[in-house]
Design a protein around this ligand. Sequence first.
Ligand code: G1P
Length: 296
Amino acid sequence: MGQHRKVRKAVFPVAGLGTRFLPATKAVPKEMLTVVDKPVIQYVVDEALEAGIEHLVFVTGRGKGVIEDYFDIQYELEQTLKERNKKAELTLLSGILPKAGMASFTRQQEPLGLGHAVWCARDIVGDEPFALLLPDMIMRGEKGCMKGMIELYDQSGGNVIAVEECHPDQAHKYGIVGVGDAIGSGFRITGMVEKPAKGTAPSNFFINGRYILQPEIFSILETQERGAGNEIQLTDGMLKLAASQDFAGYHFKGETFDCGAKDGFILANVAFALERADIRPTVEEPLKQLLAALKG
Ligand code: G1P
């Protein structure tokens, strides 16, 4: 079984171009689009922090500087809020500010694929296991997905990938894993394929964008050839690593919203708004009316 070194760092690949959200993403990174009143990236960072992550590593790209600003002090704004005695707003802002030195930023200079983006984080992560959270996906569950994965990792060691079930018609959009025997509360992953052609997927368990990986993945990604979509695929690198290390599957049972797609993003806004005591009362009834009008 694998090593049990603590997972301290989380990598967030935030270099994606967001072409599915043009024109909004012409000037605003897709990770900064808001779900209710927080940017998408904040939900993903919160999930990592809930899991005990101590250092945030952002792999950014051109035009993504506002993400770095978001995780910094906004001096003028905070000064103005102080002068106006806006205590609640100041508390809100200080609550989301990472501690000094707790966040690192590096750039992926060319959009060569997820595997390449992860490889760009190699020097900051160093020789230790790390969490990887794809920022398109935001999740809701009794327990955060990454927290559950860390609990499984404490039993299994090695590498852990979170999966969920999809309709077989949807399997070609994702990385799909093969399912083996139980390991702790998870299962042994017996194979992986990125975006399988229709009808060829080994299961309907898709990779939902959350990973715990051992640092040996970096040297594999360094020479990884392009795969599906002519991109350097993380899934192909993980498949190679699986020849020498265990991979456990963690079946996440909560809800996942793909905020990289318009429908998922809209559903996330509705779902998170309806769980807010300050918003639900003025949104629920008009929403029901909108839906009723569609039926009529
Ligand atoms: C990436 C991964 C894929 C995973 C998906 C989850 O694909 O390569 O294995 O299932 O994220 O969102 P992408 O969405 O970048 O095409």
